[in-house]
Design a protein around this ligand. Structure first.
Ligand code: PMP
Length: 396
């Protein structure tokens, strides 16, 4: 075979892409084994029938041709209105580009902001695709570590030694940690962005899932609207992961630049998908709370189960659909723990290491199984952890 591009063959950087446990679990399932998957952020419910009905009406009504590339005007208007109502920042359809999911929005944002070789900062722990997305846009990813003992909130120290860069990518509510950034954190982020003349890319795909505190969009902070791109999505909020419907909100010039990218790459998002999203955001808004509710309940249930032991420590998630567990007392790395748990009990969880160095010795549990199955799996995990911790202390 002739040579592939350096860009594509180096996309995942050095070593693994962090998804081995997930791929192993999927291979086991394909081979007919029963595995409890607590890996990816995929709801255990499907898209609501009323949203599907809107999709059906639109498609049968003829909206199956090329859709407007920046997005259906009514959907852009609805997202602009919702954003303006929530943040107080004037927002029109010219500030909104519809993308095939938040993931394509993250890519478009960095394509618009970074020249080849520019440094793009992001916060560790991070959503696993971030470094690859930044590389795909030609940027050089640089992780800034946060600390478990500070609940993974960045602060002034996080930015003190950061190299010169074009962009800073942040995510609150956070995947994988469940951290919701507080006002002090946002002050640090805004200050660092302004002092270092950075564009801020704010990944807000979990904004409908907040259990403690409140979601703040940094676009609403003084002086930030002109240097912030907000990435949003219907995936998590309306259980529409497979529909691939997201957006980027920002200054009009940046949106126009990203439209040029869309014209030459994705050519937009199917019109019937956009119409379904529009229905959800307008007439079906209550569904978003319905989708979020089980994750709040499971989070509380999991914290109760964890309170009965002290081998595994939880960092109580303030938002999103995950739980971070500190398993360092077992003497195992997150990767070792996850592989061994899969072998011993056919329970698949994500190793913290998949999400960066700051999460090493941790596991990320996706709260994406029915309550009883999740509770059982968690009990099994804790028993396994206690056994390993006992072995580790006997050995020392
Ligand atoms: N950002 C974060 C933090 C995520 O967890 C995800 C999906 N798991 C995405 C972006 C991308 O979501 P989508 O493309 O489905 O909108």
């Amino acid at each position: 075979m002739a040579k592939l591009s350096k860009r594509i063959t180096t996309l995942n950087g050095e070593g693994s892409d962090g998804w081995e446990v997930f791929y192993r679990a999927r291979a086991m399932i394909a081979a007919g084994q029963e595995v409890i998957e607590l890996t990816i952020g995929e709801h255990d419910i499907r898209t609501h029938p009323d949203i599907l009905a809107a999709m059906d009406r639109s498609a049968r009504g003829g909206h199956t041709g090329y859709a407007s590339v920046p997005g259906v005007p009514a959907l852009r208007d609805a997202i602009a209105a919702q954003t303006q109502a929530r943040t107080g920042v004037r927002t029109t359809r010219d500030n909104v580009l519809i993308t095939p999911g938040g993931q394509a929005g993250l890519f478009a944002a960095h394509m618009a902001l970074c020249d080849p070789g520019d440094t793009a900062l992001f916060i560790d722990p991070y959503y696993a695709t971030y470094p690859g997305t930044l590389r795909a846009a030609g940027a050089r990813p640089h992780a800034l570590q946060t600390r478990a003992d500070n609940a993974f909130q960045p602060n002034d120290d996080t930015f003190a030694h950061a190299p010169d860069a074009r962009t800073l990518l942040v995510n609150s509510p956070n995947n994988p940690t469940g951290t919701v950034y507080d006002e002090t954190t946002w002050d640090s982020i805004a200050r660092a962005s302004q002092e270092r003349d950075l564009w801020l890319v704010s990944d807000e795909v979990y904004d409908s899932q907040v259990w403690q505190g409140a979601h703040i969009s940094p676009r609403s902070l003084p002086g930030m609207a002109e240097r912030t791109l907000v990435v949003g999505s219907m995936s998590k909020s309306f259980a529409m992961t497979g529909s691939r419907l997201g957006w980027v909100i920002g200054p009009q010039e940046a949106v126009a630049a990203m439209l040029d990218l869309a014209t030459n790459t994705t050519y937009g998002v199917p019109g019937f998908i956009q119409d379904a999203g529009l229905w959800a955001l307008t007439e079906g808004q209550a569904l978003s709370a319905e989708v979020a509710a089980p994750f709040r309940a499971r989070r509380n249930q999991a914290l109760e189960i964890l309170a009965a032991q002290d081998t595994v420590r939880a960092i109580p998630p303030q938002g999103a659909m995950y739980l971070m567990l500190d398993v360092r007392r077992t003497g195992l790395s997150g990767e070792e723990f996850a592989h061994q748990l899969l072998d011993a009990h056919k329970i698949a969880v994500m190793p913290g290491e998949s999400f960066g160095q700051a999460a090493s010795g941790h596991l990320r549990i996706a709260l994406t199984q029915p309550d009883a199955i999740l509770a059982d799996a968690l009990q099994t995990l804790l028993t396994f952890a206690a056994e390993r911790a006992a072995q580790a202390s006997a050995a020392t």
